[in-house]
Design a protein around this ligand. Structure first.
Ligand SMILES: [Zn+2]
Length: 200
């Protein structure tokens, strides 16, 4: 791989290569596609990136991403404020929303507890979740976490942490395959797992 493309294009390629799913080879192909389709791709993408960088922020209530704070879900009076669905990342929130099966609110943890990676409760948005369970009219917290060791460790920790708040803590049913990340599942599987949730 030579650096014959010039420093600006090499910089574009090396930034694209940091995106999930893109290695150096596919980053090179993506950069070339962008540069060859200036009007249809490069300039609209550049404008969209600029807009996202300027306007998207983290919702101070739930941790989702939106151009407004509180986000459009937290601000939506038609959503059921008695339900909070806890997800690892925003991608899982989007997956839940795609099902159209859920009308409550969310809480994005920003990761999972992991002894191996040294991620403790203070590194995640767990304190704010406990505060919401206490201060908001919440009746049920649904743990929509992956069926991995870290996902289940986190679920059990949250169930303990929320015990005694009077809030029911439930988990998605195991239509979710072991090791399954929510955003890889089809919408029907997620919707079914949501309906068949059980006490945590
Ligand atoms: Zn929000």
């Amino acid at each position: 791989m030579s650096a014959s493309a010039g420093p600006e294009i090499e910089r574009l390629i090396s930034l694209l290569a940091k995106l999930p799913g893109l290695g150096p080879r596919s980053a090179r192909r993506a950069a070339l596609a962008l540069l060859k389709r200036r009007d249809q791709l490069l300039e609209p993408l550049s404008a969209a990136l600029g807009e996202a960088a300027a306007r998207v922020s983290v919702c101070s209530a739930c941790g989702s991403l939106d151009t407004r704070d509180p986000c459009s879900i937290c601000a939506d009076a038609a959503r059921d404020a008695s339900l909070i669905c806890v997800v690892e990342e925003v991608g899982a929130l989007w997956a839940m929303e795609r099902t159209g099966a859920y009308r409550g609110r969310y809480h994005v943890l920003g990761g999972l507890l992991s002894a191996l990676d040294g991620v403790g409760p203070e590194a995640l948005r767990i304190g704010p979740l406990a505060a919401r369970a206490r201060d908001e009219p919440v009746k049920e917290v649904i743990l929509a976490l992956p069926a991995t060791v870290d996902g289940q460790t986190t679920a059990h920790y949250l169930a303990d942490r929320l015990a005694g708040t009077g809030v029911a803590v439930t988990m998605l049913a195991r239509g979710v395959p072991v090791g399954g990340e929510l955003d890889w599942l089809d919408d029907g599987t997620i919707a079914q797992a949501l309906r068949a949730r059980r006490p945590a």
